[in-house]
Design a binder for this molecule. Structure first.
Ligand code: ZN
Length: 273
């Protein structure tokens, strides 16, 4: 039986949020079967489900009844990537710390804490019909398939990046090695514009890969690190479905807005069946 999992022990992390520049303290605690992933902010509980997404401008923000938590995607991705179905995330602050801009610190800490199997069977749902969300030249599709496979592509008009495409078996991938280390990236012109708009206040060369016209700000961790970071974000956003969906996923130029709209469509489809 494919059983649900939680953490064997609590994990505590603190740091600065990339968008707000504000410090936050986060404790990720083990939780019972069927409780899912839940954020606790100011004493209120925000389930990590697509219907609680309240903003998608450069990061995924969850909220309920006047409380919100920004930039949940890398933490969500690391939990999903390591197969953690249930956890309670207590946040003292407004934005999840960016750490090094990847999911590596989270994934390492969860791996060290240990993953504990629970008695209940994992919620894994076959897809009865295709689901898609499209916007302009972007799109994400899910087609019924017995495994969980992902084909992803990005395309940037930049000589160092260009078109990158790869496929991943989401059930067999070594998340810690192959996805978690891929860092948040930004093109230099974009980073300048964000700073001018008062965004990316916690951004620095320590927590993001900056892409200059002729070079990267640091050595790449993967030749296709840009694509892998988009896959990291997508895994985190699709975790907002609240179940593993058996499907062949195709993602073309994914973004948080698209990913979370897709997660909601997928969730509505499986709940409606
Ligand atoms: Zn990201």
């Amino acid at each position: 039986m494919n059983r649900q999992c939680t953490l064997a022990d609590s994990v505590y992390v603190e740091g600065v949020g990339v968008h707000t520049g504000r410090h936050a303290r986060v404790t990720v605690r083990p939780a019972d079967a069927d409780s899912g992933i839940v954020f606790c902010v100011d004493g209120k509980r925000i389930p990590a489900l697509a219907e609680y997404v309240v903003a998608t401008d450069r990061c995924t923000t969850l909220g309920v009844n006047g409380v919100r938590v920004m930039t949940v995607e890398h933490l969500m991705s690391a939990l999903a990537g390591l197969g953690v179905d249930n956890a309670e995330i207590v946040v003292d602050g407004e934005e999840i710390p960016v750490l090094d801009g990847s999911g590596l610190a989270w994934a390492k800490r969860f791996h060290e804490a240990g993953i504990r199997e629970l008695q209940a069977e994992r919620r894994r749902v076959p897809l009865a019909r295709p689901v898609s969300v499209m916007a302009g030249d972007r799109g994400i599709w899910a087609m019924p398939h017995p495994e969980r496979l992902l084909i992803a592509t990005v395309r940037f008009e930049h000589p160092l990046v260009g078109t990158q495409v790869a496929w991943f078996d989401l059930d067999k991938i070594d998340y810690l090695e192959e996805i978690a280390p891929a860092r948040t990236f930004g093109f230099w012109e974009e980073v300048e514009a964000l700073l001018a708009r008062g965004k990316a206040l916690g951004g620095s060369l320590e927590n993001a890969l900056v892409i200059f016209p002729d070079r990267y700000s640091a050595p790449l961790r993967f030749p296709d690190e840009v694509l892998r970071h988009k896959v990291l974000d997508l895994i985190g956003d699709i975790a907002l479905v609240g179940a593993q969906v058996e499907a062949l996923f195709v993602a073309i130029k994914p973004s948080h807005a698209l990913n979370t709209a897709f997660a909601l469509a997928l969730r509505q489809t499986i709940l409606g069946e």
